[in-house]
Design a protein around this ligand. Sequence first.
Ligand code: TRH
Length: 351
Amino acid sequence: MQTVYPALTWDIFCTVIDNYGDAGVCWRLAHNLAQRGQAVRLWIDQPDILTGLAPHGHERVQILPWHAPLPTTPGDVLVEAFGVHLDARVQAWRSPSSVWINLEYLSAEDYVARCHLLQSPVMSGPAAGASKVFFYPGFTEATGGLLREVDLLAQHTAFQTQRDAFLHSLGVTQPERPTASLFCYEPPALKQWLAQWQTGNILVMQGRGANAVRQALQGTPEHLVMLPWLTQSNFDRVLWASDFNAVRGEDSLVRALWAGQPLLWHIYQQDDNAHHDKLHAFLDWLQAPTDLRDMHYVWNGMTTGKLPAPTPDRLHEWHACIQAARARLLQQPDLVNQLLSYVIQQRGIVL
Ligand code: TRH
């Protein structure tokens, strides 16, 4: 049974670095909190992105441009998403009693469990003397967990009967064919992958990957659907409707895990190749079979050579691997549940 928490006010601060992940995660966080009765103000430097992700919003989430006037009363909880720097104006406004959380990026690396919930004293500026806490999402019990809506499983199950109609609405004429979704940057093995899926449907998400597909192919073969920009709910439905999900960044990786189908992750590249360790750690946690690992190494340009073909036997094995990982995750408390428990404890509220 879901714990009922007292309603608090949350201020989430987000800046969009590039791509859609920062806004995507912050919206999911805000929406998850609102689903559990919390009031949220989401401060963001590019509010337009949220209009595309969630055109209908949520009655308990207020979206505000970063520099909008600050309300008289600061929230009970202040979340800096992904190490965003809070300017002096916000620091001075913050209440000393509010819980200050630094929400970090997702990784399966060991340091996450070590650093999760570490305090970080603020040394200078209007909030000097205060302390914020590092909150690390992650894949194990020792971390902050993953975002998971309270009704995720029910929504996913209910969708199964709507799958074919949903695919038709996106322009898929033969939903019975094996279907793969594609959300990526510019993977070096893109042409190979597209050739491997030429007897199935390929649903191409908007963005850099779609541009790369256009460059790789002459025209649009009939089995390939260039999707329009989707709301975040429909983005999830595409993953649920597909038999294989090629995803990227962080948010879509988590969503592909919840979708439970074989997945291929195009990790966000870092200049110093720090993403290599991050990918290895994820594949270790996933207990990925060798050919699933090999596919990731080729897709992410860490090795050259052929992508393992998605044969029925392999897809079966990869499916079992993702299902087992998903089952492990479902045993763990979700991120918002953990955040709420932490905040309630810090504020000395007895449930
Ligand atoms: O867009 P991304 O590549 O975001 C990345 C990563 O988060 C990375 O860690 C971060 O540092 C970098 O941005 C700056 O991939 P991600 O994380 O999967 O986010 C995509 C979001 O966009 C996700 O919430 C789904 C949403 N989306 C839609 O809602 N509709 C769409 O049509 C598309 C294409 C995406």
